[in-house]
Design a protein around this ligand. Structure first.
Ligand code: AMP
Length: 410
């Protein structure tokens, strides 16, 4: 038998998990300091949540969902987490909480995509959702949080693009204009774009098909895209967002072709990309989705959020230094080692010892590879009730009581 990870999935091994923990820890601290609270929702949900909540004109729903039937119920591994968080928000009456409700999450997502560098079938996202604020202050808040986190992680060469895709009031006229402009050459667009033409023509604007890109680079379509189509309220919202970003010294570009993959967005959409990634250069994507809570059966609640891809962020990081253990206990008395290790761990000192009870010299060698100090507990130490603490960087070695050891290590 030759059992391997399924295509498009990866094991994350110890030489990498410490980097994941570093990112998760940084994110957790920043979210806590910014008053976001963590939410954990199931990894699978009713399929209907995604068909309704993500949109049936999206690639995600049409081609990429891992769906299975269990006792006649159709369930789907979550391809993204906004729909699940909104479902939980409604189910637990969170609209009754004081606004804004600021949530964050992390975890695996599943999309049946063609695997390539930076694109997997099981990948991990970390994201935030802010409910209850219609004002562009919430859009600025979530963008600011993303930029701050990516900056704290030391990511360079990032660029933020923003757009306003209008609201249900003004977007219909825009959709019609796009349809009119692409219609003469519609038969030359890809089959996905034919579906988008019917269901959400805006999404034709970010089709990744090269030929569709060429067809779109036509002056008539450019004119429709560049023409200000959004209503006065949306224009105001967009300029307020820009005022906030300028006040926060966050650089951005307006990209009028940015529409994002999911159907539920309105007004603000944004994407953070990196020039240090290959073709899959999106690090973080998000936007406003005011209609979604009501669409899924809740009371109308404006909302805005983003998600970033852990794998992509990690591939851009300079890995943090691996922290050595504080202490490696060197002894041939395993029972005493267990006792001493427990006492040290209670004092929050990291330590380990040799379960295989190898020779002293071997244990010292191992200690110098992984720890700052060796704590030697030989026969002499056991009979006299003292410990020998060896500083593995300087080689200094001295006899100490347990209390002195604590002082020296801490
Ligand atoms: P989306 O939910 O499509 O807006 O994606 C948000 C972020 O998740 C992207 O900017 C990527 O960083 C990441 N991402 C999305 N799909 C994948 C994938 N298949 N593999 C790895 N990362 C992904």
């Amino acid at each position: 038998m030759n059992l391997k990870t399924p295509k498009g999935t990866k094991d994350i091994l110890p030489d990498e998990t410490y980097i994941w923990q570093y990112v998760e820890e940084k994110a957790k601290n920043i979210f806590n300091n910014s008053n976001y609270q963590e939410i954990r929702t199931p990894i699978f949900e009713a399929t209907e949540l995604f068909t309704r909540g993500v949109g049936d004109s999206t690639d995600i729903v049409n081609k990429e969902m891992y769906t299975f039937i269990q006792k006649e119920r159709s369930l789907t591994l979550r391809p993204e987490n906004t729909a699940g968080v909104v479902r939980a928000f409604i189910e637990h009456g969170m609209h009754r909480l004081p606004t804004p409700v600021k949530l964050w999450y992390k975890g695996p997502m599943f999309r049946y995509e063609r695997p390539q560098a930076g694109r997997q079938r099981q990948f991990h996202q970390l994201g935030v959702e802010v409910f209850g604020i219609e004002n562009a202050s919430a859009d600025a808040e979530v963008i600011n949080t993303a930029m701050f986190l990516l900056d704290e992680l030391g990511l360079k060469n990032l660029s933020l693009e923003i757009n306003n895709i209008g609201c249900p009031k003004c977007r219909n006229a825009y959709k019609e204009k796009i349809k009119e402009a692409v219609k003469p050459k519609l038969d030359q667009f890809c089959t996905d774009c034919h579906l988008r033409y019917e269901k959400n023509p805006l999404r034709m604007l970010d089709c990744k098909n090269e030929n569709c890109g060429k067809l779109l680079a036509n002056p008539e379509i450019e004119a429709v895209i560049n023409n200000e189509f959004i209503c006065d309220d949306c224009v105001k919202h967009f300029s307020e967002l820009q005022e906030y970003l300028q006040a926060l010294n966050i650089e951005y570009k307006i990209n009028k072709r940015l529409v994002r993959g999911l159907d539920y967005y309105n007004r603000t959409v944004f994407e953070i990309t990196s020039t240090n990634l290959g073709s899959q250069n999106a690090v973080c994507g998000g936007g406003r989705y005011d209609p979604l809570v009501e669409m899924l059966g809740g009371s109308p609640t404006p909302a805005v959020g983003w998600a970033f891809g852990m794998e992509r962020v990690i591939s851009l990081l300079t890995p943090p230094e691996i922290k050595p253990l504080d202490v490696f206990i060197v002894t041939n008395n395993t029972k005493k080692a267990f006792e001493l290790a427990e006492k040290l761990r209670k004092e929050k000192i990291s330590c380990d010892f040799d379960l295989a009870n190898r020779k002293f010299q071997k244990q010292i060698e191992k200690a110098s590879k992984i720890a700052k100090f060796a704590l030697i507990l030989g026969e002499e130490e056991i009979s006299s009730g003292v410990l020998t603490l060896k500083n593995l960087q300087t080689g200094n070695q001295e006899k100490s009581s347990f209390e002195e050891v604590l002082n020296k290590i801490l």
